[in-house]
Ligand binder design. Structure first.
Ligand SMILES: *Cc1c(COP(=O)(O)O)cnc(C)c1O
Length: 440
């Protein structure tokens, strides 16, 4: 039986969980647990859905889909992005190094970050990175100086704070922006940043950028941000009698983590954004700029399932005579910090067998020395789950492995790609020796 979201596109359950035709038990046996299993064909399909929707709704004016590498990046994923032919949004020298290790086309890379080091800027410009998104007045001077030193003219965007604060199911419009990213429109900083950038012959300002948040479901937040940015493009046009040709609307598109939750649909959200962009441009007498986007979570999140092995179970008496069963798995907050960091919710299933045991109120916890090391706070799971069973948690592809730590000296898990019935290692498991190798 095919599983639906939040399980990945090629996940099924026939007496046991299989992903792209590979059984959970054989994955655990061959690669160990905890294990991140990425459904490669699903990754391709999701990335292509964004590219196709952008082309459909913007036609000639479609810019680039930049995959936000911070959601999850390793060499193999960088090769996939390269072969799909979309761009990469990198936000550190480390992410740039991954891209260059697989000869990722540099002109398709956009470099982000609110505090890029001089070394990062130097190596980015030297490598020929397509676009640098600048985030502060210090950075405008730094990028300009380094580009001038290298006798280059660097294509740049400015990160703009639109005053639109998007939450999952609502957005709030504020005049003031109490956060570290970008130049705010309301305070006038955005306009000053434009003027500062234009004073430097080594900088080629081609557009502006905005990213309003993450795990967003409502289209209005994106539409409101686009409206404000086009207002700024119109001001630029009125003032300089020419137009900035590009507009990057960032990422943040929401996905399903729990059964029954819905996800943003690329075709729908980009259709809605395109309608607003076109009508706002028409209102101001502007040509529609080239529109780029930066989905991270929406591409990789749903493609990946974490497989854990159960080590112990324990029944705990609650007030009122009820009891709760604690299921301890062999990972936890070191491979998925999102539940403790954001209160994020996940679902899970017993992956290695079908159980006809009645379900009991269960809590899945990790093996770390923290009471808050909880993967799933409350879930009904079969009462006979026992040591040695496998638990699968879907939709862990974004901000899971990429935010993993070595808390308690736990080595970080391996990542395996599955496709058409076969599995291959794409990031090996850390060993204790890897950890010891760092200490002097
Ligand atoms: C985090 C981030 C993204 C990706 O966000 P998702 O929620 O993963 O889509 C895109 N652009 C910028 C600038 C970001 O900081």
């Amino acid at each position: 039986m095919k599983l639906s979201e939040p399980y990945s596109g090629n996940a099924s359950f026939d007496g046991e969980l299989s992903i792209a035709g590979v059984k959970a038990s054989s994955l655990a046996k061959e690669f160990g647990t905890p294990l991140f299993v990425i459904d490669e064909a699903d990754f391709y399909a999701r990335a292509l859905a964004w590219r196709d929707a952008l082309n459909k709704h913007f036609g000639e004016e479609a810019g680039t889909v930049y995959y936000a590498g911070k959601a999850f990046l390793n060499k193999e994923v960088a090769r996939w992005i390269k072969s799909i032919g979309i761009g990469l949004d990198a936000c550190s020298g480390g992410e740039l190094a991954v891209a260059s290790s697989v000869d990722f086309p540099v002109e398709q890379i956009e470099l982000h970050g609110n505090n890029k080091s001089e070394a990062e800027i130097e190596s980015a410009i030297k490598a020929g990175v397509g676009t640098i998104v600048m985030d502060s007045f210090h950075e405008i001077e730094r990028v300009a100086a380094i580009a001038a030193q290298q006798k280059k003219i660097q294509k740049v965007y400015l990160r703009i704070t639109s005053g639109v604060e998007a939450h999952t199911h609502e957005f709030i419009s504020t005049a003031h922006e109490d956060q570290k990213f970008g130049f705010s429109i309301a305070s006038g900083a955005a306009w000053k940043a434009i003027e500062a950038t234009l004073t430097h012959p080594s900088l080629n300002l081609t557009g502006i950028h905005s990213h309003i948040g993450s795990q967003i479901f409502i289209h209005d937040g994106f539409e409101a941000a686009a409206t404000r940015l086009i207002g700024l493009l119109a001001k630029f046009h009125d003032h300089f009698d020419m137009q900035l040709p590009e507009l990057d609307l960032g990422g943040g598109y929401g996905i399903a983590y729990l059964p029954g939750e819905s996800a943003v649909v690329p075709d729908e959200v980009l259709g809605a954004i395109a309608a607003v962009v076109k009508s706002e441009c028409a209102k101001h007498g502007l040509r529609v700029p080239k529109i780029s986007i930066e989905p991270g979570r929406h591409i990789v999140g749903p493609t990946t399932t974490t497989i854990y092995e159960v080590g112990t179970t324990k029944s705990v008496e609650l007030d009122g005579g009820e009891s709760r069963r604690y299921i301890s798995i062999d990972g936890g907050m070191s491979d998925n910090i999102r539940p403790s960091l954001y209160g994020a919710k996940y679902t899970a299933l017993l992956a290695n067998r079908l159980s006809d045991s009645a379900t009991v109120d269960s809590r899945i916890v990790g093996k770390h020395c923290e009471t808050g090391d909880i993967v799933i706070r409350e879930i009904d799971l079969p009462g006979d789950i026992a040591p040695g069973d496998l638990i699968a948690v879907p939709a862990t592809g974004a901000y899971g492995r990429s935010m993993a730590s070595n808390y308690n000296h736990i080595p970080r898990p391996a990542v395996v790609a599955v496709r058409d019935g076969s599995a291959r290692l794409i990031t090996r498991r850390e060993s204790i020796n890897d950890l010891l190798a760092l200490d002097i």
